[in-house]
Structure formats: C-alpha cells, structure tokens
Design a protein around this ligand. Structure first.
Ligand code: KIV
Ligand code: NA
Length: 270
C-alpha cells in the first residue's frame, strides 16, 4: 500500500454527505504507529505526548527535539498514513521565519509530511508562508491547549457569540491561507458545523461533534490508558486494567519462581 499524500487528504471534504470521514489518531512511537497505520488516514505526532509520555502538566514545556524524535519513530513505523507533526509551543509564534525554520527542522529530522500549529487569524500569514515554501500546514482552532494560560483552562469553546464568531473566522483565515486541513477542538456542535461549512479544506473534530469531515482522538485516551479523560473521549477498551492485571501475573510468577519456566530457559544441550 502506497502512502497517502497531503493533496489526497485535502480533497476529502465530505460536505456533510455520505463521503467517508477522515480517520486520525495520535502516535508517538514506532510500534504504536505500526499498529494504527492501516486503519488511519493520518497519524498525528501530537504535542499531547508531553502529558501522555512525559508526565508533564501541559504541552507548554514540549521541545522541538522531543517532537522530531517521536515523529521520526512514527514515520519509521508506518507506511500508509500521512504523518503530521505538532509544532511545539514557542517554536513558531514569533515570526513566519521562525516557524519555517522549526517546521523544516521537524520535517528534515523525521520524514513527516506536514506540520500542525495552533491559532487562527494570528497564524494565517505563517500558514501561507510555510505552504508556499513546501511545508503543508494543518491548522488547529477552538480549544487550543498551548493557549491554556490565556484561556484559563481546557473548557469547551464557542458558547458566547464573540467566541463563536472568532472560531469561524479563524478557520476561514487558515483556509484562505492554504491550510490543507483544520483540527477543531472542544467546540459546541453548531459552531463546529458553521466552521466546517465556512472552509474548503476538511475539518477534523475532537470534541467538535460528528459533523466535521474527520475525527481525531489521543490513542491512549481511546484505549483506556487513563482514569480521567475529557467528556468527548470514548473509551473503547480498558487497556490500563489489562496492563495492571498482566503485570500482576508476571510479578506473582517471578515471586513464586514459576517464571521463567523450562521453555524460557537455556540448557547446554538444546
Ligand atoms: O496534541 C494532540 O494530540 C492534538 C490532538 C488532540 C488534536 O493536538
Ligand atoms: Na497538539
């Protein structure tokens, strides 16, 4: 199977009809990417790895090196999905030139096809600058976790008229600037619909209703690795429980000396 391309993703506007929505999940490691790849159109190396992998309190401390290393692993583990890398906080906001340098570093180090960055109107010029210079950009509007210190938390967006208008105009600005897709996070359904209808590129929702042109979740959230997840997460499994039970069996067998058994033990004659 040949790897999908950014233009193929760009063309997947569903127009609310019967067209198949885009499937995206986060991936941070090679083996995880291998397991997700055939079922996904896009793999996102999200800066959510700050919390999920590194136990950080937010995505703010995530660095370019962390993103580049995990993105390289995900590219090595996949052959089908388009790999998109998040630009971490502080690596792109100062200027379009800073953004280009950081994005080029990420793509050169990892082999990923595209970057994602947070922000609307304020990032439009940067999105145009990058797209015109060979770097496809995915936008991200609504609840933008890198702005947690400005927003004051991770609550759903678009409940006031002013906020709702800003989300739609932000999406439109990114679309006009050449974004190939836009993540809409934590946005009330009518505004997710309005934003989706206002843009020509596909929107990918997370906590933004079924009306977007695709969906994304953090894989560990969806698999049930964590006790606490946002309301918009559906936990399809309880992997945390499976892991704890499995580890308990291993620990028990080590302690009662039933592991390793004969099958796991080398003898001079075999
Ligand atoms: O970092 C991330 O995982 C993301 C998705 C949740 C959209 O940005
Ligand atoms: Na992110």
């Amino acid at each position: 199977m040949k790897r999908l391309t950014v233009p193929k993703i760009r063309a997947r506007k569903t127009d609310g009809g019967t067209d198949e929505p885009l499937v995206m999940l986060t991936a941070y490691t090679a083996r995880q990417a291998q397991l997700l790849d055939e079922h996904c159109d896009l793999l996102l190396v999200g800066d959510s790895l700050g919390q999920v992998i590194y136990g950080l309190p937010s995505t703010i401390p995530v660095t370019l090196d962390m993103m580049a290393n995990h993105a390289a692993a995900v590219v090595r583990g996949s052959y089908h999905a388009v790999v998109v890398v998040d630009m971490p906080f502080g690596s792109y906001e100062a200027s379009k030139e800073q953004a280009f340098e950081s994005a080029a570093f990420l793509l050169k180090q990892s082999g990923a096809a595209a970057v994602k960055l947070e922000g609307g109107q304020a990032m439009a010029e940067t999105v145009a600058f990058l797209s015109q210079r060979g770097i496809p950009v995915m936008g991200h509007v609504g609840l933008t976790p890198q702005a947690v210190n400005v927003l004051g938390g991770y609550m759903a967006r678009g409940r006031s008229d002013a906020e709702a208008e800003k989300i739609v105009s932000d999406a439109k600005a990114l679309d006009d600037a050449g974004a190939f897709a836009i993540v809409i996070e934590g946005v009330v359904e009518p505004i997710a619909i309005a934003a989706t209808q206002a843009v020509t590129c596909p929107t990918i929702g997370i906590g933004a209703s079924a009306q977007c042109d695709g969906q994304v979740l953090v894989t560990e959230d969806m698999l049930g690795m964590f006790e606490r997840v946002p309301r918009f997460v559906k936990r399809y499994e309880n992997i945390a429980e499976m892991i704890v039970k499995t580890v308990a069996r291993y620990a028990g067998e080590v302690r009662d000396r039933s592991f390793p058994g004969p099958e796991q033990t080398y003898q001079p004659k075999d």
